[in-house]
Design a binder for this molecule. Structure first.
Ligand code: UDP
Length: 320
């Protein structure tokens, strides 16, 4: 297939684009490089730099079989402080993309959504039928896009799949996570291991969980890329399918830090800090539907494999 990957210079986008190239697809990446890196675009994919809302039309006029839409603003804290950036950057850009797909009769869309659309869960693991009540602008903007996709599917026959997941981790060779402002747990803990930070702060140890620290669903970026690839192959005209992706297991903050200690051989000092606003105690997704309908299951569910590949990626990045 000839595929357009938006945000293919970012973390999830670059790994997915790399797997799509390896699976024999022709891949064009469009990315404004606001948070992505040109050197993360896989060999064999063409990079077009610029505004996706403007470029989608001219690019898709060339005739594509599908779009993988990964480009997004994705910082929860920032989304609360600067909502316009999220309504414009996520919702308006995606609407322009959908219009360009409609105008050029592009048949397939895979959307990299988020489990943040569900908000505080009433039940874990979270299934696709859980109510969608996002607690931040980031999640709300992604939910708005999902709703727009559904209506384009119904009206124009688009075959679409949205994938909703929580914490992505790990790396795939030279493709990994590189954020200028780091807020995520695993990269922060590895920064302590590599001497870039003194210690990690544990946001609360009095949560109603086994060891008192928050539990999250970490999924290997390579497993996620595999799901994107399968979704592209299985998209069906006129349908908008929604799948939650998860590891099946949750890991606590304490378990993450301990695994990082084991993998890196570094003591990694940790200190308990106050709870972070907006954090629920446990977030775990049910990926039963994805297993049944996409035939997908995580091949790398172990935390140690996520931490090891991320650690190797950091070492390789530091040497480069
Ligand atoms: N966390 C922490 N210290 C940090 C960063 C994160 O204790 O320096 C905790 C956070 O409260 C949450 C978990 O680690 O329970 C994962 O947070 P992250 O920001 O990586 O992802 P989120 O689950 O918020 O999407």
């Amino acid at each position: 297939m000839k595929l357009l990957v938006t945000g293919g210079a970012g973390y999830v986008g670059s790994v997915s684009a790399a797997r799509m190239v390896e699976a024999g697809h022709e891949v064009v990446v469009v990315d404004d490089l606001s948070t992505g890196h040109a050197d993360a675009v896989p060999d064999g994919a063409r990079l077009v730099v610029g505004d996706i809302a403007e470029l989608a039309g001219p690019l898709l006029a060339d005739g594509f079989d599908g779009v993988l839409h990964c480009a997004a603003k994705s910082l929860v804290g920032e989304s609360m402080q600067d909502p316009a950036k999220y309504w414009n950057g996520n919702v308006v850009t995606s609407l322009r993309l959908l219009e360009a797909m409609r105008d050029n009769a592009t048949p397939r869309l895979v959307f990299s959504s988020t489990a943040a659309v569900y908000g505080e869960p009433e039940q874990v693991p979270i299934t696709e039928s859980a109510s969608t009540r996002p607690t931040n602008t980031y999640g709300a903007s992604k939910l708005a896009i999902d709703l727009a996709i559904s209506s384009f599917s119904t009206a124009h026959g688009l075959g679409a799949v949205s994938l909703r997941y929580f914490n992505v981790a790990g790396a795939y060779g030279r493709y990994g996570e590189r954020h200028t402002v780091e807020t995520h747990l695993i990269p922060i803990v590895l920064q302590v291991a590599s001497g870039q930070r003194e210690q990690v702060q544990v946001y609360g140890d009095d949560w109603p969980t086994e060891d008192g620290t928050c539990v999250r669903d970490y999924i290997h970026v390579l497993d996620l890329a595999e799901a994107h690839l399968r979704a592209m192959e299985r998209a069906r005209g006129g349908e908008h399918q929604i799948y939650n992706l998860g590891n099946g297991l949750g890991f606590s903050v304490e378990q993450v830090i301990q695994t990082c200690r084991e993998v890196t051989g570094h003591p990694i000092p940790a200190a308990v800090a106050p709870r972070r606003t907006g954090d629920p105690a446990v977030l775990v997704a049910s990926s039963e539907r994805a297993q049944q309908e996409l035939g997908w299951k995580p091949d790398h569910p172990e935390l140690s494999s996520m931490v090891r590949t991320a650690w190797e990626f950091l070492g390789a990045t530091a040497e480069a």
